[in-house]
Design a protein around this ligand. Structure first.
Ligand code: FAD
Length: 262
């Protein structure tokens, strides 16, 4: 690993100031992705700005319509929070299914969505739950935030502060895990909102998380065989694209059943 300078800024503005005058700077959250990438020489930042202790990134609150989760909140905090379990049980369940206990203790919501791994779980929950991503500069709709393979709408030094999830009437998350890492071979998040509004978000299947609009229509018409056709399907050592498409349909049916039974 190359040498780098570690900054632990006391405030959000000092964290932003640490960017000034430097090139090749990265925010550091739990380091679960960033540090292995550095060890393997995939990226070589010269400055790391630790943001995990900033109060602006540590909110975990409920309002009438939203659940607010700070970017520095660890997966295990979401998984074990009675407030999250009551407000959006499927989100607590999603967090409980990420990786293993060590990953859940270190990994954060902000790091997960900023990284936007095509097999990560939180992008599905974020897109499925009509979330707004609040940064130090603006609010970004989840639909505009995830822009493709490991890419997001974030600017170079833009810091996610928290995510505002819209509380649904009902929701469910079903996932087929990769055996070693726990990442999703396929993950399906369904959320139902008033006025028959339904969101279905899919992870693990394509180059990035996406809304499965045919499944949203199928949910409303009580038809359980939606078509899934894309030209960016993943075909790798974990599963063929045909298997993923089939499992997406299976998990969609399971998630629908969970919602009907809840
Ligand atoms: C063995 C293993 C198994 C895993 N299994 C799963 C799994 O089953 N499902 C799953 O979804 N994930 C899984 N993960 C990923 C894990 O959940 C982490 O969320 C992910 O690695 C990001 O790590 P982190 O939060 O520590 O962020 P970091 O590694 O610190 O940062 C990741 C990226 O996000 C940027 N960043 C961090 N915070 C912010 C912020 N507030 N604003 C803007 N940019 C920011 C960083 O600069 C960096 O580019 C696994 C990871 C490992 C190592």
């Amino acid at each position: 690993m190359n040498t780098f300078t570690y900054h632990r800024a006391a405030t959000l503005s000092l964290a932003k100031d640490a960017f000034k005058g430097h090139e090749n700077v990265k925010f550091l959250s739990g380091g679960m992705t960033l540090l292995p990438a550095m060890k393997h020489g995939l990226i070589q930042p010269e400055h790391l700005i630790d943001v995990t202790h900033l109060s602006e990134l540590s909110r975990l609150e409920e309002t009438a319509d939203h659940l607010i989760v700070g970017a520095a909140i660890h997966h295990n905090e979401v998984a074990s929070s009675p407030m999250v379990a009551k407000a959006i049980p499927a989100l607590a369940y999603l967090a409980s299914q990420i990786g293993d206990p060590q990953v859940r203790v270190r990994g954060t919501l902000g790091g997960s969505i900023a990284n936007n791994d095509p097999a990560a779980d939180y992008p599905a929950g974020t897109l499925g739950l009509k979330a707004m991503i609040v940064t130090d500069q603006r609010e970004i709709d989840a639909q505009d935030f995830f822009t493709g393979f490991y890419s997001t709408a974030l600017e170079e030094n833009e810091l996610i502060q928290y995510v505002k999830f819209a509380k649904p009437l009902k929701s469910a998350y079903c996932k087929l895990k990769q055996a070693a890492s726990g990442y999703a071979v396929v993950g399906i998040f369904i959320a139902v909102y008033p006025n028959h509004e339904v969101r279905v978000a899919v992870t693990g299947v394509a180059a990035g998380v996406f809304r499965w609009t045919q499944a949203e229509e199928a949910f409303q018409s009580e038809h359980d065989q939606p078509v899934l056709e894309r030209d960016d399907l993943i075909n790798d050592l974990h599963a063929s694209s045909a298997y993923r498409v089939n499992m997406a349909k299976v998990l969609f049916r399971r998630a629908v059943q969970q919602i009907k039974n809840s």
